[in-house]
Design a protein around this ligand. Structure first.
Ligand SMILES: Nc1ncnc2c1ncn2[C@@H]1O[C@H](COP(=O)(O)OP(=O)(O)OP(=O)(O)O)[C@@H](O)[C@H]1O
Length: 241
């Protein structure tokens, strides 16, 4: 049993559609991510990685099984409770950045804190500190369309990491970034895990798996293998990218 689990998937499965259009995107998956752990998820396109992440973050409900965040079953929560948990405890870094176009970088980052009830002035101070941490203090008052794709991505990451989030879910977070900036993002995620968060990271990049404590491989909606940092994969990694 993993100590201090932040995320637990218990036999979590997902079926989309019905009849002839039925797709089993995820077969009952069992996965635990503990505080302080960074777990990378690898698998070919369409294997179910994003589905796994959506279930883990309560963005979609499993068709079978259950998902627990900090010991609380998501299935037992009201919509309001679930929304609150998502806002307070979970940070999302998805391919689709979803920065609010009418808000500046600092306002975008501060938004989740303000929604949590943090005073606007305090939320701005936190947002500026987050921008400083990612080396983007100078874009604080720029709107998304005044930033490069890479800058937008990093702002989205800063927004996902602001506040006391225990679970960070990242789907190809380095996609739009050059390799140096991408490494910087990985360093940020690693630091957040070392500070006690649990992180689930979908990545196609084998070198990013090196930042993880464990790598989980998915194929056709099933977790087929798992390796720890000390035990290299027996699988051909190239076949999964
Ligand atoms: N909303 C949906 N409706 C129907 N089928 C879906 C839906 N979302 C995903 N699927 C299907 O479920 C399977 C798993 O998709 P998923 O997006 O989880 O894969 P993935 O590993 O994240 O792929 P990629 O690496 O290309 O992003 C695929 O066959 C996909 O076509």
């Amino acid at each position: 049993m993993t100590a201090n689990p932040v995320l637990e998937l218990r036999n979590a499965g997902k079926v989309y559609g019905e009849g002839e259009t039925l797709v089993t995107a995820l077969h009952g998956a069992a996965l635990t991510v503990a505080a302080g752990e960074l777990v990378a998820v690898r698998g070919s396109s369409g294997s179910g990685k994003s589905t796994l992440l959506h279930l883990a973050g309560g963005l979609d409900a499993p068709s079978t099984g259950d998902v627990l965040v900090e010991g609380q079953a998501l299935s037992g929560m009201s919509r309001k409770e679930l929304a609150r948990l998502r806002r307070r405890s979970i940070g999302y870094v998805f391919q689709d950045l979803n920065l609010v176009p009418s808000l500046t970088a600092a306002e975008n980052i501060a938004l989740p804190r303000e929604l949590d009830g943090t005073h606007a002035a305090e939320a701005r101070i936190e947002a500026l500190a987050a921008l400083e941490e990612i080396g983007l203090r100078e874009v604080a008052d720029r709107f998304p369309d005044e930033m490069s794709g890479g800058q937008q991505q990093r702002v989205a990451i800063a927004r996902a990491l602001i506040g006391p989030r225990r679970l960070v879910l990242a789907d190809e977070p380095t996609g739009a970034l050059d390799s140096e900036t991408g490494e910087g993002v990985m360093r940020l995620l690693r630091a957040r895990c070392d500070a006690g968060a649990a992180c689930l990271l979908v990545t196609h990049e084998p070198r990013h798996s090196a930042w993880a404590d464990r790598v989980v491989f998915i194929s056709d909606g099933a977790i087929i293998d798992e390796t720890t940092a000390d035990a290299p994969a027996v699988l051909d990694l190239g076949a999964l990218t």
